[in-house]
Design a binder for this molecule. Sequence first.
Ligand code: PMP
Length: 360
Amino acid sequence: MARVHNFSAGPAVLPESVLLEVQKELVDWQGAGLSVMEMSHRSKEYQSIIDDAMATMKRLIGCGDDFDVVFLGGGASTQFLMLPLNFCPDDKVANYINTGAWSTKALKEATIAGKKMHIAASSKEQDFTCIPKNYNLSENPAYLHITTNNTIRGTEYHQIPEVPSDVPLIADMSSNFLSRPYDFSKFSMIYAGAQKNIGPAGVTVVLIRKDYQKNLLGGIPTMLDYKTHLNKGSMFNTPPTFPIYVVGKVLHWIEDFGGLAEMHKHNVEKAAYLYDVFDNSDFYKGTVVKEDRSFMNIPFRLPTEELEAKFIAEAKANRMNNLKGHRSVGGCRASLYNSLPIESAKALNAFMKEFEAANK
Ligand code: PMP
């Protein structure tokens, strides 16, 4: 059966070659006589799988051994809480740049955790259609948190904000992690749910710089304490073994693709197939300012909601799935993560032009 063009915002398309490899190994992993799903996480076979995933991740971000990698359950949403609990002492202030629904959720958790919280910048008044270019830190900041790509609104940081050297920069990279070569060395901590660019749902990657780990507060419930997981190599309890295994394979796929610079080129090229349509039409309208357009998630509007519903239905009939915008904002959205083949972007480009000609 031919696969659809999958524009889902996540869980999202995976490389077909990875799925086929997983299929091949599903029942009998590399002659071990059992599936990865059936393996003890304490076995030497599984240890080799997680070690390889961590090592590949480190090679891809290109910071040597400066970061430790942990694989956790609970989604990126649990990181919204773990971050302030672990890294914001009561006499300091958790600082956030608010660029959309996910940042808003992140900053709310700092308050729920009983911490002082400060919004250093926000694009809320612009209806989250841009990335703020300036920010004002509070006194005594514990860290500055940004969301590098805003999955719902379709904005992305193309330049990482400069921070004073004593202010740790933290990023939720859930929807553009490993899609482009950021200078990862600027961050003290990075987290990302796997289910967009690097694997299936069920595992969240957290990278914590070794020199930042001295700031870990401790004295918090065991499973929410990064120390617990760092000290045990993500094996304090049973990690999400199967998702980590698939992530490892996707990371190799990214490496074989040529790494993050090549991946970025591929993503820019795909996004251009959509942005070119907006820029040459009054029928489709992008919803964000040009300079902050995301290469990953591309929201757009048609002249009426009826036309949007028709567009989404006809696209689906043409095997282009998941083009409905997030329920909080409506409209349409195409997500073009790493694994989406260029053919899918070309197919959508052609379909958009045909639909415009037929419905204008
Ligand atoms: N941050 C961002 C930027 C996201 O896009 C999402 C999920 N769409 C989340 C956090 C929440 O992730 P999870 O569902 O893994 O908790």
